[in-house]
Design a protein. Structure first.
Length: 247
């Protein structure tokens, strides 16, 4: 039985390959409930694959990943139960263009969880208010900015009431002026105590909100630590070289 004193996500020697190409070469990390973890590193270092393995969007060839003590890659695990616990927001918003913001948020709880429509609608309206989109309930994705669409995507994931949120480069497709509104939303989630795992290139944001930063390169965790350590006094030459290019 899982206890909150144990890691909410535990990865042990996780390896993932596509054919002969090793994407993850033995990743281990423990994430505690309520922690905000940022994963940084160059493109192609395995960051997105890593978090996609946490909710079983990608399988693994070796190692173990547990969420609240449950082995993620157990063949007997109902993936719907896992993905209710572990929400994920992607770089692309993936909203249904013919559905309003409110309808997009309501779909999964009503269709997948079979929850009462009235109860779900009340929650969806509250979530739109939470992501500062009150008044946009009846707007279609095409009528919203990229930043607004991404906030609807965050609200949609929160509608499943997850324990953990994964964010995969959620600001990468946004115009610079809309990045801040999305980051503020994530920052507020973190302040509310949501366990958040983010793949990000937003170093200033990582420095501000992360409890722990992992720097990955070529499928390995090269360095990990508090943002104050990683960003001001990195130990590994690869971390230093990476940060010198973007800070």
């Amino acid at each position: 039985m899982w206890s909150p004193t144990q890691p909410i996500v535990a990865m042990k020697d996780v390896k993932k390959s596509y054919g002969d190409f090793d994407v993850l070469k033995g990743i281990s990390m423990d994430i505690m409930k309520g922690e905000v973890v940022c994963i940084i590193g160059p493109s192609g270092s395995g960051k997105s694959t890593l978090i996609r393995c946490i909710n079983a969007l990608n399988d693994i060839q070796h190692g173990s990943i547990t969420v609240e003590g449950q082995e993620v890659h157990d063949p007997g695990l109902d993936k719907r139960i896992l993905r209710r616990k572990v929400g994920m927001v992607f770089q692309q918003y993936n909203l249904f263009p013919h559905k309003t913001a409110l309808q997009n948020i309501m779909m999964a709880p009503v269709k997948v969880l079979k929850e009462p429509r009235a109860e779900v609608e009340e929650r969806a309206r509250a979530l739109l208010k939470k992501v500062r989109l009150e008044g946009k309930e009846n707007s279609y994705p095409g009528e919203l900015s990229g930043g607004q669409q991404q906030r609807v995507a965050i609200a949609r994931s929160l509608a499943m009431r997850p324990d953990i949120m994964l964010f995969d480069e959620v600001t990468a497709a946004l115009d610079p002026e809309t990045v801040k509104e999305v980051l503020v939303t994530i920052k507020e989630l973190a302040a509310d105590g949501m366990t958040c795992i983010l793949v990000t290139h937003e170093m200033g944001f990582a420095k501000e909100v992360a409890d722990k930063v992992y720097f990955t390169d070529r499928g390995l965790i090269v360095e990990e630590g508090h943002p104050s350590e990683i960003f001001t006094n990195p130990k590994d030459p690869r971390t230093k070289a990476f940060l010198s290019q973007i800070l």
